[in-house]
Ligand binder design. Structure first.
Ligand code: NAD
Ligand code: ZN
Length: 385
């Protein structure tokens, strides 16, 4: 079958790879109908991780069940399903408590598993014609038959629940004010979740005008362009005392506005501490921060530039002085995606506005390049084998 294969720094190709098969009685194999490119794929794509050439990308997958292992009880051939990006067993202590992003069985020695991702277990990615889903009764969420809501349902694999998770980590409640740093797909879904939860005021910070416009149009957010001045000052000019809650949907690749740019997207401007420090300043004393943006531990296998990115120059003293709380980590997709699915079915949520492109799997290499450059108008890209 064809799949998106990592070839090396900033290069992917669509190539023939081995077709996945049932390996365990708990598995199913699905025919992929939609699979998405994620900001998390870019960490590997940009050569910042220990990902080896040859890995098949793709952790945001949906499709139709094509083959069913003999121990699977809830799924049948032809079922339409979406797969949370976390691979989880469903019965370890963390899974039992809803922390399916931290399953201790699927990827021994590391907290959590995922499809097509470095260090997250032996699970081939789904930017391909087919995908094997382990522990399938737990890891596949059934969807209504047909093609309705295809874009929205595809977002249930990761970014809609992850945006929701960002607001949960900050304990966002109806009536709260919230600042969201990052208007990429995850930040936009966090802003949309804040709107759905009844936030009173939503500020979204980024530098890409087309992304800020989406936040304004679909989330009733106040857009804050950090290239036009200190975002904390801009928010405090409108909201003097500091907002109740904050979400970091950027991660370690944060651009530091104080560093000069050589071109449109210049990695030399990165400063992994800048967003968390801005959040601590933006949120009021005793407010709460949610950090779904990705930070990495020291990884002996990773390139040198990665090594220090998990140890940040965070102003912990100010966090302490303000008595703020923070939550972080992989999204426990399973915990949210059933109810978010039902909100889509009932017409109470429609996150599909974040999708900017739906293209053939063969077009993945060009779309990776555009998404990596945060090109205007390229927000969320869906691939169709
Ligand atoms: P993305 O790279 O498209 O979005 C990041 C956005 O942040 C960009 O629009 C960029 O312009 C903006 N940005 C850069 N510097 C900034 C700054 N100083 N202030 C405000 N905005 C700034 O990626 P995405 O797909 O939206 O993902 C965002 C992050 O979430 C990534 O780190 C990704 O790995 C992570 N992620 C985490 C989980 C999880 O389970 N916790 C799941 C999916 C993605
Ligand atoms: Zn993702």
């Amino acid at each position: 079958m064809n799949a998106v294969v990592y070839k090396g720094k900033q290069e992917v190709a669509v190539e023939e790879v081995e077709t996945p098969q049932i390996e365990h009685p708990n598995d199913v194999v699905i025919d992929i109908t939609t699979t998405c490119i994620c900001g998390s794929d870019l960490h590997m794509y940009e050569g910042r991780t220990a990902a080896e050439p040859g890995i098949v990308f793709g952790h945001e997958n949906m499709g139709t069940v094509e083959e069913v292992g003999e121990a699977v009880s809830d799924l049948e051939i032809g079922d339409r399903v979406v797969a949370p990006f976390n691979v989880a067993c469903g019965f370890c202590e963390n899974c039992e408590n809803g922390y399916t992003g931290f399953c201790t069985n699927v990827n021994p020695g590391f907290a959590g598993g995922a499809y097509g991702y470095v260090a997250m277990g032996p699970y081939q990615g789904g930017q391909a014609e087919k995908l094997r889903i382990p522990y399938a009764d737990f890891n596949a969420l059934k969807l209504p038959d047909g093609r309705e809501h295809e874009d929205s349902f595809a977002l249930l694999a990761d970014i809609f629940p992850t945006g929701w998770h960002g607001t949960e980590l900050a304990n966002l409640e109806s009536g709260d004010s919230v600042a969201i740093y990052g208007a990429g797909p995850v930040g936009l879904m966090a802003a949309y979740s804040a709107k759905l939860k009844g936030a009173a005021e939503i500020y979204v910070v980024d530098r890409v005008p087309s992304r800020l416009t989406l936040a304004e149009e679909h989330c009733d957010a106040t857009p804050i362009n950090f290239e036009e001045g200190d975002p904390v000052e801009q928010i405090k000019e409108i909201h003097g005392s500091g907002v109740d809650k904050g979400v970091d949907a950027v991660g370690y690749q944060a651009i530091d506005p104080d560093k000069e740019a050589d071109d449109a997207y210049d990695p030399a401007r990165e400063n992994p501490a800048v967003v968390i420090n801005n959040l601590i300043r933006t949120v009021r004393p005793t407010g709460e921060l949610g950090i779904p943006g990705l930070y990495v531990p020291d990884d002996p296998g990773a390139p040198d530039e990665m090594a220090a990115q998990g140890r940040l120059g965070i102003d912990f003293g100010l966090l302490f002085e303000k008595g703020q709380a923070l939550g972080t980590g992989q999204c426990n997709v399973k915990e949210y995606n059933r109810k978010l699915r039902d909100m889509i079915i009932e017409g109470r949520a429609d996150p599909s506005w974040v999708v900017s492109h739906r293209v053939d799997l063969e077009d993945a290499p060009g779309m990776y390049e555009k998404f990596d450059n945060r090109e205007a108008g390229v927000t969320k890209v869906l691939l169709e084998p």
